[in-house]
Design a protein around this ligand. Structure first.
Ligand SMILES: NC(=O)c1ccc[n+]([C@@H]2O[C@H](COP(=O)([O-])OP(=O)(O)OC[C@H]3O[C@@H](n4cnc5c(N)ncnc54)[C@H](O)[C@@H]3O)[C@@H](O)[C@H]2O)c1
Length: 295
């Protein structure tokens, strides 16, 4: 199989990541279907595409014929069967839960054509834990986009021990076709590459905050103005979702059993209060309606 054989892409999960990955695929010439169990999420994803494309035309970043063609390539389906039955490549972006992902992959394995590659966008769950739910483990890998997926260039292509060379190669080529910068991880490691580095920074930032050394704002300022980071660790948590940070820490704790991996108290407090960041209008910072809709 070569990249030329990939023409139809299915994105499962239309949330924070999925709605943008689907639009990215359509923008880059792939016939794309996007599905979600939540009709509300699907409606929101469709409304986003219908806002985003004219906005790009208005800004002179896309011509109107390209916008029309992109929209025509993108469809939103309530049923997984409709979305995945003709897919050459599937990108899963559902909740960060191993149980949910295994169930989705087991269904995908039955629905998608035998040649289709099944990728997970999971931030932390390695594909070797998901692949046994299918009869095509050599075609199951991590394809890790960053938030917001339409903007961030990096994609981590993670080749676990069960993944074939062909699957890795086609996935790297796909990232190029999507205008991304892929990095190829030849070993499966929890947290992959960039998140391991970000986690170390976040842990230190939360410790400094909880020890009363500095405010979240000042810690963010230090990272932005001293280290040249585009945003600080607290701003980043608000963007990616504090619920996701919490779930990732819990998942890691369940794996290692090390109490040092438990989410720190300030993060637990935000999670319990439902202050997830931009998507709820409140996290480490408070956002106006425009900000929280902002991406
Ligand atoms: N948010 C980020 O910054 C980020 C970055 C990179 C990777 N990821 C990964 O992407 C995945 C999705 O994260 P998100 O932030 O978009 O989550 P999200 O909660 O915004 O969206 C998940 C969507 O999946 C849907 N869903 C749940 N079960 C489903 C099923 N069985 N079939 C179809 N749809 C289903 C939900 O209704 C929801 O709309 C996670 O694995 C996460 O680790 C997230």
């Amino acid at each position: 199989m070569n990249i030329e054989d990939i023409r139809r892409i299915c994105v499962v999960g239309a949330g924070n990541m999925g709605h943008q990955i689907a639009l990215l695929c359509a923008l880059n010439g792939f016939t794309t279907s996007c599905t979600d169990v939540d009709p509300g999420a699907l409606r929101k994803a469709e409304a986003f595409a219908d806002r985003y494309l004219p906005e790009r035309v208005r800004k002179g970043k896309l011509d109107s014929a390209a916008a029309r063609e992109t929209r025509a390539r993108l469809r939103f389906c309530a049923e997984l069967t409709d979305a995945a039955s003709d897919a050459d490549y599937v990108i899963e972006a559902v909740f960060e839960s191993l149980e949910v992902k295994r169930e989705v992959f087991s269904r995908l394995d039955r629905i998608a054509p035998p040649h289709a590659i099944l990728a997970t966008n999971s931030s932390y769950i390695v594909s070797s834990l998901i692949a046994p739910a299918t009869r095509r483990p050599e075609k199951v890998l991590n394809l890790h986009f960053f938030n917001p997926a339409l903007v961030m260039k990096l994609v981590e292509v993670v080749q676990g021990p069960h993944v074939s060379e062909e699957t890795a190669r086609v996935s790297v080529d796909l990232c190029h076709r999507l205008g991304k910068v892929p990095v190829h991880l030849r070993k499966e490691v929890e947290g992959f590459l960039l998140n391991r580095i970000i986690r170390a920074i976040r842990k230190e930032a939360l410790w400094l905050l909880e020890m009363g050394v500095a405010s979240a704002e000042d810690i963010d300022k230090a990272c932005v103005h001293g280290a040249g980071h585009p945003m600080g660790p607290f701003q980043l948590m608000d963007l990616t979702g504090i619920d996701l940070s919490y779930q990732m820490a819990m998942e890691r704790f369940r794996t290692t059993g090390d109490p040092a991996d438990l989410p720190p108290p300030s993060l637990v407090e935000k999670f319990v209060k439902g202050h997830y960041g931009r998507k709820t209008g409140r996290g480490w910072y408070t956002y106006s309606k425009d900000d929280s809709d902002g991406q």
